[in-house]
Write a protein that binds this ligand. Structure first.
Ligand code: AMP
Ligand code: GLY
Length: 424
């Protein structure tokens, strides 16, 4: 079978890596891919927003299955376009992807279906929003309604900071139309975790739990990033809590959408804040998390194609999804300056030495080729991911592998997975 993966980051490298082990797969294509993906898939230079060109590729290469990595094509309806042409594709439709593409849609949906989330109010007028922020005081959270590449959420610790955020979104229109509506939300405390499920619209199967590290520096300091590292399993998600999340969040969400005429198929990701054993939804994503996918897929024992085919054919209840008992840790190596401005084109050395280590996989994110060399090509460059007997072992192995890798300006957090070690 031939499979197409859409995207070019670490998450997509992990998907391609897992597919390369499938007994069903003869060939993998990736649009557009990166230098690491190019080792195991044919990278195709087609923009992921060009649905016609992607459909042509699927037709001419006889591709049987397409898996979508990022939210952008999902929110613009790639699944609707492919399904209309009778092509098998994994991901939610445009209507279902609104859970991620519109935070106002997601909040109003959660309210209608009594899904636990922070209290909020929606504003289209800057002055009304400012009045409300002054009345509520800080800390308080300001969110742009639409997709803003992970930058549209500001957790303000003072009223001035919150008002600056409102100005940025509503007056300066830093995120364009994504800021037409703004959510002002109660600031929740607790520990965050990522909860992802596979679903065919009826059957919902939780993945191994994981936790991301959003801030750029150790001890959760500095600005938010796309994610500086992740590990699995996350001990904050106990078996009991997993049932609570399934019963109060995941099932009501998939069923609630169905009751409103929207079938949700693919992956649903809830970013949770857990306080005193009580989960609240911070956000929904309509796709796999990045970098959570890297450690999670390293632990997946089941053939990913079997899972995808079962989702497409709505037979997920027939598949037994199994996970390795070992733990995994992924540490992101980022370009100097990220998440702010950074340079590209820095030569990366030591990749082969790191790859030779047992139970280590170096997933590429922002990499490309320059002549015969692999160079940096993005903010998050690599996700060094290791499997170990427990979190401590996996963490040590990941950091051991990092010692072998170098590029100018490279920086990374040194405390990935320490939150899990507290539980031991
Ligand atoms: P989101 O894109 O909605 O997940 O927000 C990005 C990050 O902002 C989350 O991972 C949290 O760290 C933080 N955040 C979002 N909403 C809240 C909230 N209501 N209370 C506290 N932190 C939040
Ligand atoms: N790691 C967070 C995300 O994928 O949105």
């Amino acid at each position: 079978m031939k499979v197409l993966v859409i995207g070019s980051g670490g998450r997509e490298h992990a998907i391609v890596w897992k597919l390369s082990q499938s007994r069903h797969v003869d060939k993998i294509y990736c649009a557009r891919g990166n230098a690491g993906i190019a080792e195991i898939a044919e990278c195709i230079d087609v923009d992921m927003s060009n649905f016609d060109a992607l459909l042509d590729l699927v037709r001419y290469e006889w591709i049987d299955l397409t898996i979508v990595g990022p939210e952008d094509p999902l929110s613009r309806g790639i699944v609707d376009v492919f399904e209309k042409e009778g092509r098998r594709i994994i991901g939610p439709t445009k209507a279902a992807a609104q859970l991620e593409s519109s935070k106002v849609f997601a909040k109003e949906f959660m309210k209608r279906h009594r899904i636990p989330t922070a209290e909020y109010k929606v504003f289209t007028s800057y002055l009304h929003a400012e009045d409300y922020v002054r009345m509520k005081g800080a800390p308080i959270v300001i969110k742009a309604d639409g997709l803003a590449a992970g930058k549209g959420v500001i957790v303000a610790s003072t009223v001035d900071e919150a008002i600056d955020a409102l100005r940025l979104i509503m007056k300066d229109r830093a995120f364009g139309n994504a800021g037409n509506k703004v959510i002002v939300e109660e600031c929740l405390k607790g520990e965050e975790a990522s909860f992802m499920v596979f679903t065919d619209g009826r059957t919902i199967v939780p993945m191994a739990s994981s936790q991301d590290h959003k801030r750029v520096f150790d001890n959760d300091k500095g600005p938010n990033t796309g994610g500086m590292g992740a590990y699995s399993p996350a001990p904050v998600i106990t078996k009991e809590l997993e049932s609570v999340v399934m019963d109060t969040i995941m099932r009501p969400t998939i069923e609630g959408l169905r009751s409103e005429g929207i079938k949700y198929k693919g992956i649903l990701y809830a970013g949770l804040m857990i306080d005193d054993g009580q989960p609240n939804v911070l956000e929904f994503n309509c796709r796999l998390g990045d970098p959570e996918t890297q450690p999670v897929l390293l632990r997946l024992d089941t053939d990913l194609v079997d899972i995808c085919m079962a989702i497409a054919d709505e037979k997920l209840s027939d598949v037994n999804i199994e996970w390795k008992d070992e733990a995994s840790v992924c540490v992101v190596l980022a370009s100097g300056g990220y998440p702010g401005k950074y340079e590209k084109g820095k030569i990366i050395s030591g990749l082969n030495d790191a790859k030779e280590m047992d139970d280590v996989v170096v997933f590429h994110a922002g990499t490309s080729f320059n002549n015969n060399e692999i160079v940096t090509n993005g903010g998050r460059v690599l996700g060094v991911t290791a499997l170990g007997k427990g979190i401590k072992d996996a963490k040590e192995r990941a950091y051991e592998a990092i010692k072998k890798i170098h590029f100018e300006g490279m920086h990374y957090r040194s405390d990935i997975a320490d939150k899990a070690l507290k539980y031991q």
